[in-house]
Ligand binder design. Structure first.
Ligand code: FES
Length: 506
């Protein structure tokens, strides 16, 4: 078997140089404050500064270090098998609106690349959903009927250019792929030239109101603004929108490998689980095959490293691996009705916006979100505004899911607290972790390769669920709403805003 990279590293981040920005060390005033330097935040910053608006963007870490830096970089309206379901739940007119929103996002990206002359390996490709299961063959037929009803250009066949067994394949014509970080670096540079102010290592913890909303940062500074855009993946400010119970987090995995054969073109995804998504990427003349999938609810996998193993085994079985170059994982949020929440955070707070719940399709959804919110601020009409508004709440299928997910969170809240483990810290091997009890408290202990121990109280600082060890990424992950912490307990990903408590082992 080919050697597995010891630490996760995303191909996109490793192949792009990005500038550093200072942290915010005083209170400031701005017209529009954006929290989060991913595709939504940077695209909105680009659009709004181009219109001459005064924009400040902050990021809790570094720009493009979150989900956007860890995507598969597909720009497509083929978001799995969804159009038949969208027609059933929302009607053909709304299903069509969804498709058009995605295709408009693709067009926006293509137009921006050519207007700004951005070198980001943008390539038009057809997208394919394949299945080797009889059950899904019928589902793909129903999905093709939905394509026909919505005038989506595509075809149903029984073969694929990749050497994998298939019974049925549904093609969607004229989709695209790119290098997401290089694309957004182009937007970032342009926004800076247009006057964008940017701060990194600056965590937003709350929004308070006087006459206008203010972001309060972890260091106690304020950003007073007319408008605030939460583009931080999970919204750090809820505004009574009840987002923690309206979404659930999932992790999925990506490996980048070199393969003896050349890539035949196209972007592929399986209909059935475990999902396998396959595309190619060319960096400096080298071609990598990206194999992604194997998702699960965050914090609920027994051993996360097994998901990389599964992708590696799949790639080896079907294509052969000559070199294993990168591996990384990403976290996504799915909403009750599978559509993103884009718009005012709640009905009463018209100038605080949220963009979340992209269900692994952040390149299109993030672009749609940036455009909708910017249009709302600029008071331009946008045909998709109402469809994606977070205050929509369809009873079907939401209510059933709502009840199920609330129960799931409650289960983890209680289960984690009662769970007893006997693992002995003394037996812990380097670069491994256990959950044990210290003075009666559930404690996570990680030992690094120099035998240094890091112990943290495993109670999540968001709403008190218990975090679990992620062996693939060496992080503590919360199963309830997806907060993630590093081995020292510091927050990598919200909604938690505070570090886990440290535990003294002596
Ligand atoms: Fe909500 Fe942990 S992320 S309780």
């Amino acid at each position: 078997m080919v050697q597995f990279p010891q630490f996760p590293q995303a191909l996109w981040r490793d192949s792009a140089e990005l500038p550093d920005f200072p942290d915010l060390n005083k209170s400031i005033q701005t017209d529009i404050a954006i929290v989060g330097g991913g595709i939504t935040g940077l695209t909105a910053a680009y659009i709004l500064t181009k219109e001459g608006r005064n924009v400040t963007l902050i990021d809790a870490s570094n720009v493009l270090n979150g989900v956007t830096g860890h995507t598969t970089g597909k720009i497509t309206a083929q978001h799995g098998v969804i159009y038949d379901e969208l027609i059933q739940h929302f009607g053909a007119e709304n299903a069509s609106l969804y498709y058009e929103a995605c295709m408009d996002a693709k067009q926006f990206i293509a137009d921006t690349i050519s207007a700004q002359n951005i070198a980001c390996d943008y390539q038009e490709e057809d997208a394919y959903i394949f299945t080797n299961s009889e059950d899904y063959t019928a589902k793909l037929q129903a999905e093709k009927n939905a394509y026909d009803k919505l005038n989506i250009s595509g075809e149903l066949t029984d073969s694929i250019q990749l050497d994998i067994p298939v019974k049925s394949v549904l093609k969607m014509n004229d989709q695209a792929q790119f290098h997401p970080v290089n694309y957004l670096k182009g937007l970032l540079n342009e926004a800076i030239q247009n006057g964008l102010t940017l701060y990194e290592q600056t965590t937003a913890t709350d929004i308070e109101y006087n006459k206008h909303p203010s972001i309060v940062t972890q260091d106690g500074h304020r950003i007073n603004a007319n408008y605030i855009i939460q583009a931080s993946h999970f919204p750090f400010y809820d505004g009574e929108g009840f987002y923690p119970v309206r979404m659930y987090p999932e992790r999925s995995y990506v490996i980048a490998v070199k393969v003896p054969e050349s890539f035949p073109g196209g972007m592929y995804i399986s209909a059935e689980s475990p999902v396998r998504s396959i595309r190619s990427a060319s960096i400096n003349g080298e071609t990598f095959w990206l194999i992604a999938g194997d998702s699960h609810k965050t914090g609920q996998a027994e051993s996360t490293i097994e998901h990389y193993d599964a992708l590696q085994a799949y790639a080896e079985k079907h294509f052969g691996i000559s070199e294993f170059v990168y591996r990384w994982s990403a976290q996504d949020l799915t909403t009750l009705d599978k559509l993103p929440y884009i718009g005012p955070v709640s009905k009463h707070e018209e100038n605080v916006f949220v963009a979340t719940g992209f269900r692994k399709w952040g390149m299109t959804h993030g672009t749609i979100a940036a455009k909708i919110i910017s249009d709302q601020i600029l008071q331009y009409d946008n045909p998709y505004q109402e469809f994606f508004t977070p205050s929509r709440f369809e009873a079907d299928p939401s209510v059933r899911e709502f009840t199920k997910m609330t129960a799931d969170v409650a289960k983890h809240l209680i289960k984690g607290k009662l769970e007893y483990t006997n693992d002995n810290v003394k037996d812990l091997k380097p670069d491994d972790a256990v959950i044990t009890r210290v003075s009666g408290k559930r404690t996570g202990v990680y030992k690094d390769s120099d035998n240094q121990l890091y112990a943290v109280d495993t109670t999540c600082k968001h709403l008190g669920c218990e975090v679990n060890w992620n062996s693939g990424d060496r992080t503590w992950d919360c199963p309830c709403h997806g907060s993630r912490y590093d081995v020292t307990g510091d927050v990598i990903e919200g909604p938690a805003k505070e570090s886990l408590d440290k535990v003294n082992l002596e």
